[in-house]
Design a protein around this ligand. Structure first.
Ligand code: BGP
Length: 468
């Protein structure tokens, strides 16, 4: 229902981007179809199925590959004026480099053209956790040759689709492959090695800068940026030791990517922390200059939860593998609000704190909320007699975050849009279909039948009214 602006409490700036984010491996399915090469997820699922919730792998993602037309219509029905998806590197280049897969070119052209025909702006991300297997065999992001392969892949994407795509992103949450793949064992190759994690992180930053350099050198008129999960670090107290713990967590998890991406430099304090432990990455003479000169045009912010920390209570075991938690302990704040299904704290003001930080300390760079959402288990129980899931908790979740986004805008934050995670219930890296995040539900029993949830109808109203 369209209402007038005076009837709304929270009105957003004209042209605000309303939409959602997705990723290839989580949405496309058809993991072996039409010449796609395997990526690390296809491989890991095949070799260690037990690691995945109910043993379900990426092949059973919601089949966007074959159903994109129906899905793009649903994007329209849920009010999207913009939509982020990622290109599957191993669909476009089955070996990661070399011969291109024409069927993939056709597919992504179709997706882009269908979106544009419906006046939905495509936001295209190049890397969302899905390393082609053959490049992982070369060492993945640990390896310099993979950085070069990535720049070639990015160049191919710009050349193929850059006449129509105006918003590009080099990575989604690049810290995740570093921490989950090289520290915490959640992503393949599940190595535990801090030095390697740092190398992976450094190469991701370098790859991003090189792709930005390439994009700008090709004289496209669009923008290129990066998507970061900036998780504010809150200290338990104002005790100097707690403050230091929070600062170190912030340096490691946020500023490690935020500073080089936006300012072109790594924080001196982070560098000295890493030097002290002999963890500095290896790099070539020009790398730091490339990073300095090729910062992002735009920043996407994924926000789900805060990070609460305190000073360490006990000395770490120096014989155990080094972990970020050598610098701080997690703080379990009494009374915090939780999403029990995902085990993540819900703290709406965090989104405002991030935007204020960007405004005050990062030149008020143009940004948007690129992911925000809540994953809930067994949503079937909320189905009404018409088969629609009444997910009022999701609507409240969005509203409570949007109030803070609105507040930041009133105070001058340069935030241009709000994308939820996610459009349609999809396959999650470790939880498969356990927690559902979509505006649209998927019925796995009925051939992935799509049904708009109550939140999907609400989102349409939100976008139509440009506020609520
Ligand atoms: C973000 C990722 C998404 C998505 C989301 C939800 O960090 O960018 O890919 O998965 O988190 O998390 P999960 O699927 O683990 O519940």
């Amino acid at each position: 229902m369209k209402v007038t602006a005076s009837e709304l409490k929270y009105v957003f700036p004209k042209g605000f981007w309303w939409g959602s984010a997705s990723s290839a491996t989580q949405m496309e399915g058809s993991a072996q179809a039409d010449g796609k090469g395997p990526n690390i997820w296809d491989y890991w699922h095949e070799t260690e199925t037990n690691r995945f919730f109910n043993g379900i792998g990426p092949d059973q993602a919601p089949q966007f590959y074959s159903r994109y037309k129906e899905d793009i219509k649903l994007l329209k029905d849920t009010g999207h004026n913009s939509f982020r998806f990622s290109i599957s590197w191993s669909r476009l280049f089955p070996e990661g480099r070399g011969e291109i897969n024409e069927k993939a070119v056709h597919f992504y052209n179709e997706v882009i053209n269908t979106l544009l025909a419906k006046r939905i702006e495509p936001f295209v991300n190049l890397y969302h956790f899905d390393m082609p297997l053959s490049l992982q065999h070369e060492g993945g992001w640990e390896s310099r040759s993979v950085v070069e392969a990535y720049v070639d892949y990015a160049t191919a994407c710009f050349t193929l689709f850059g006449d129509r795509v105006q918003k590009w992103f080099t990575h989604n949450e690049p810290i995740v492959p570093a921490e989950c793949g090289y520290l915490y064992g959640h992503h393949y190759p599940a190595v535990v090695d801090f030095k390697k994690a740092v190398q992976v992180a450094f190469h991701s930053v370098l790859a991003s800068a090189k792709a930005i350099e390439r994009y700008h050198s090709l004289n496209f008129t669009g923008q290129i940026g990066i998507i970061l999960n900036v998780t504010p670090s809150y200290p338990r107290s104002q005790h100097p030791a707690d403050l230091e713990a929070a600062e170190k967590a912030d340096l490691l998890f946020n500023r490690s990517f935020l500073d080089p991406s936006v300012k072109g430099t790594f924080p001196a304090k982070l560098v000295s922390m890493l030097r002290e432990e002999n963890f500095l990455p290896s790099y070539e003479p020009d790398d730091l200059m490339i990073i300095r000169e090729n910062t992002v045009d735009i920043l996407g912010i994924n926000y789900y939860q805060p990070r609460r920390v305190k000073a360490k209570e006990h000395l770490p075991n120096r014989n155990a593998p080094f972990m970020p938690e050598f610098y701080f302990d997690y703080y379990d704040m009494p009374g915090k609000k939780m999403n029990p299904y995902r085990g993540w704290e819900i703290y709406e003001k965090g989104i405002y704190d991030i935007l204020k930080n960007l405004q005050e300390n990062y030149g008020n760079i143009e940004c948007f909320i690129s992911e925000n959402g809540i994953g809930v288990e067994n949503e079937e129980r909320f189905k009404n007699s018409e088969g629609i899931i009444e997910d009022d908790y999701r609507i409240s979740f969005y509203k409570e975050h949007l109030k803070w986004v609105h507040q930041a805008i009133q105070e001058g934050a340069n935030v241009k849009g709000y994308h939820v995670w996610t459009f349609m219930d999809n396959w999650s890296w470790l939880n498969a279909y356990k927690n559902r995040y979509g505006l649209v539900s998927i019925d796995l029993e009925q051939n992935y039948k799509r049904t708009i949830k109550k939140s999907g109808y609400w989102f349409k109203e939100l976008a139509t009214n440009n506020g609520f």
